[in-house]
Design a protein around this ligand. Structure first.
Ligand code: ATP
Length: 135
């Protein structure tokens, strides 16, 4: 199968740079798959499990939260806000973050900003838990 270059760079540094067959992820418009020779394209990234199919057919999963993706002249650049390969996810930490967020959301009087922050934290934790559980 045809391949293309994928570069993933997060705030933590270079997460991946190599030839891949496909990347699937959640954009703000919905699920997206990029294959070789995809037209030039740019989108904001949502929150979800990304799946990268390497040139040898191996599939790797990562929790991918926010950021931008571009495909230009057969080079795909992904700059996520946070990115953790499934094997690097600290499940206990994600479960603790989920519990903290749920506790906040149960508070009777919660300001709008606090509610939005807690919902986002809960969603990030759920993506991490689900990504770590897959494979
Ligand atoms: P927490 O409350 O546990 O910090 P969070 O959702 O607020 O969770 P983020 O602000 O999204 O955390 O991420 C901060 C940094 O920690 C990023 O580098 C992210 O990749 C990393 N990170 C967050 N949660 C985990 C996790 N469960 N396992 C591994 N790395 C994580």
């Amino acid at each position: 199968m045809a391949t293309f270059r994928l570069q993933v760079v997060s705030m933590d540094g270079l997460e991946f740079d190599g030839e891949v067959e496909r990347i699937k992820l959640r954009s703000i418009h919905g699920d997206l798959a990029i294959l070789a020779r995809h037209m030039n394209y740019c989108t904001a990234v949502g929150m979800g499990t990304a799946e990268v199919t390497l040139a040898d057919g191996t599939r790797r999963k990562a929790a991918c939260i926010g950021g931008m993706l571009s495909m230009m002249d057969n080079v795909c650049r992904l700059i996520p806000t946070t990115w953790e390969w499934s094997e690097d996810i600290d499940l206990e930490r994600a479960r603790a973050a989920k519990e903290r967020a749920e506790k906040v959301l149960q508070e009777e009087y919660l300001e709008e900003q606090a509610r939005v922050r807690a919902e986002a934290r809960l969603y990030r934790a759920l993506v991490r838990i689900s990504t770590a559980g897959k494979e």
